[in-house]
Ligand binder design. Structure first.
Ligand code: ADP
Ligand code: MG
Length: 341
């Protein structure tokens, strides 16, 4: 075969292999878009573990009619415009590939209305065919993205879908992870028409603690030591469980960098080290930790899923987190905190 440039749709499908692993990855991308759009209410409806339907509806600022079709195009984003913007990313998205990738392996309908428009508009794309005509629709200010028949045109990937129950469990975990970090936002998650999670907007500390308890369990909160640790531009906050509340599996580990959920080696290694003198081999610490730092101190453009980050001064970050946790673990806070709750 001679060398040829792939069609945009085929390029999207290949890119989708990196971003869209399973229904839960679609949910993550869509909810992050809603958050970037300033929504404070997000509803996620799932049918059959996401294989037949994923619908995310928000009350964010919407997409203007003229930009609707563009939102589905690859490398189309409203979040960065210059290479330097990458040094100070505050939005969750910036690569402009989620909607293009998802629509190339599903049937995607995008309906949106901005504050300035008196009516809503809709575009849809189905696999390799993109219907770029924009149709009038009915929708309040905000956006709804509907993803039907995920992987219908990529049977090899569809085969990798697990049972509805398993896929939904992954979706549920994505929502829990996001809801922990975005306590001011109200989330509703339904599966096959039944409400499975409902998190009301939490504005004060007591309500925030309630949300953490709803997600991590009352037991976690009872054993949690609160962290507020600062050094220059670095800020570590959240909760670490006292070592008596260790887990037999590494299943209660939530870490965030500038509000973005991450699975970072430096952070995970640091936390293990901070607990080293308390925990044995098969014992895992439970924690919810938020690291905030100057966005130009961290590179989030490491992988398309943006789960990994790279710190410019990883040694400094390591020492900072480690000290913060050791300080919390060795303090008398445990009783104090338990007494309050
Ligand atoms: P990215 O988030 O990296 O910019 P996406 O493919 O996820 O790329 O989205 C493309 C663009 O579509 C976004 O930059 C944004 O302008 C618009 N968009 C997507 N979802 C929403 C939403 N829920 N509300 C408002 N705008 C949205
Ligand atoms: Mg996005």
């Amino acid at each position: 075969m001679p060398i040829q440039i792939l069609s945009p749709q085929l390029a999207n499908q290949i890119a989708a292999g990196e971003v869209v692993e399973r229904p839960a990855s679609v949910v993550k991308e869509l909810v992050e878009n809603s958050l970037d759009a300033g929504a404070n209410r997000i509803q996620i409806d799932i049918e059959n573990g996401g294989a037949s339907l994923i619908r995310v509806r928000d009350n964010g600022f919407g997409i203007p009619k003229a930009e609707l079709a563009l939102a589905l195009a690859r490398h189309a984003t409203s979040k960065i415009s210059h290479i330097d913007d990458l040094d100070a990313i505050l939005s969750l998205g910036f690569r402009g590939e989620a909607l293009a990738s998802i629509s190339s392996v599903s049937r995607l309908t995008l309906t949106s209305r901005t504050q300035e428009q008196s009516e809503a508009w809709q575009v849809y794309a189905q696999g390799l065919e993109m219907e770029t005509t924009v149709k009038p629709a009915s929708h309040p200010v905000g956006t709804t993205v509907e993803v039907e028949n995920l992987f219908f045109n990529t049977p090899a990937r569809r085969k990798f879908l697990r049972s509805d129950k398993t896929e939904f469990a992954h979706i549920d975990e994505v929502i829990r992870r996001i809801a922990l970090a975005k306590s001011a936002i109200a989330f509703t998650l339904t599966h096959n028409g039944k409400v499975v999670r409902q998190y009301r907007s939490a504005l004060d500390d007591a309500q925030k603690l309630k949300r953490v308890a709803a997600i991590c369990g009352d037991d976690f909160i009872r054993h949690a030591l609160q962290i507020q640790w600062k050094h220059e531009d670095l800020h570590l906050s959240g909760w670490v469980a006292s070592p008596t509340f260790y887990r037999a599996q590494n299943d209660l580990n939530y870490s965030y960098v500038n509000g973005r959920m991450v699975r970072d080696k430096v952070i995970n290694h640091t936390i293990r080290q901070a607990y080293a003198e308390y925990l044995g081999n098969e014992q895992y610490p439970a924690f919810v930790l938020f690291l905030d730092l100057n966005p130009n101190e961290v590179d989030v453009n490491v992988h398309p899923t943006k789960h990994e980050v790279r710190f410019h001064q990883s040694r400094l970050i390591h020492d900072f987190i480690c000290q913060g946790i050791i300080n919390a673990l060795s303090s008398e806070q445990a009783e104090l905190f338990a007494a309050q709750t």
